[in-house]
Design a protein. Structure first.
Length: 189
């Protein structure tokens, strides 16, 4: 996304080439198009019919990309009210009915009643360093199916401490970003 453009593109699936309106908010860092393309190539055999959680959703590009590619449902969680409203507006404009937005802090949301998800996008604001805390809440709180996929995006030099049963499946780097896909392998920690 170019500075000041305020729009990003969905790159695959039935919403391909749709544009998302993105509010200009401090710290809002949409996942780069080439990173999303790589991630969803990795997930292609697994995404259809999956229930997803887009935690710290920001623009919602990851969750909307999942919906575009056949995910059954996406729960978006975004603490910034303006970003959450922009996400609701984008879902309505694209006529996407199987995405729900909660304007809530991710940690507080994960203290609620758990629903297990088969795919989770964990991309918190880099400045807050929430990966390990949120990962532990996801693991201990019953938010993951037994063989869930978890996508983690972090600064290039940061490999977050994650639960031992999250096994690295694939990873890459783009600019100053490290992106990695993990597979939950067992209930044992």
């Amino acid at each position: 996304m170019s500075a000041g453009s305020g729009r990003i593109r969905i790159i695959g699936g039935n919403l391909r080439n749709s544009r998302l309106n993105v509010p200009q908010l401090p710290g809002l860092r949409p996942t780069a198009e080439r990173v999303r393309e790589t991630l969803f190539n990795w997930l292609a055999p697994f995404i259809a019919g999956e229930s997803c959680l887009d935690l710290c959703a920001g623009t919602g590009a990851l969750g909307i990309e999942a919906l575009s590619r056949g995910a059954a449902h996406v729960q978006f969680v975004e603490r910034d009210a303006r970003a959450a409203q922009a996400l609701r507006d984008n879902l309505a404009r694209l006529k996407v009915a199987n995405g729900k937005v909660s304007a809530a802090d991710a940690g507080a949301y994960l203290q609620g009643t758990a629903q297990p998800y088969g795919l989770v996008f964990l991309d918190p604001p880099f400045a807050l360093s929430l990966w390990s805390v949120l990962a532990r809440q996801l693991e201990d709180g019953g938010w993951l199916t037994p063989a869930a996929w978890i996508y983690v995006e972090s600064p290039r030099a940061t490999v977050p401490a994650l639960p031992a049963n999250w096994q690295l499946h694939r990873e890459g780097q783009a600019g100053e970003v490290r992106y990695a896909l993990y597979r939950r392998t067992s209930e044992l920690r």
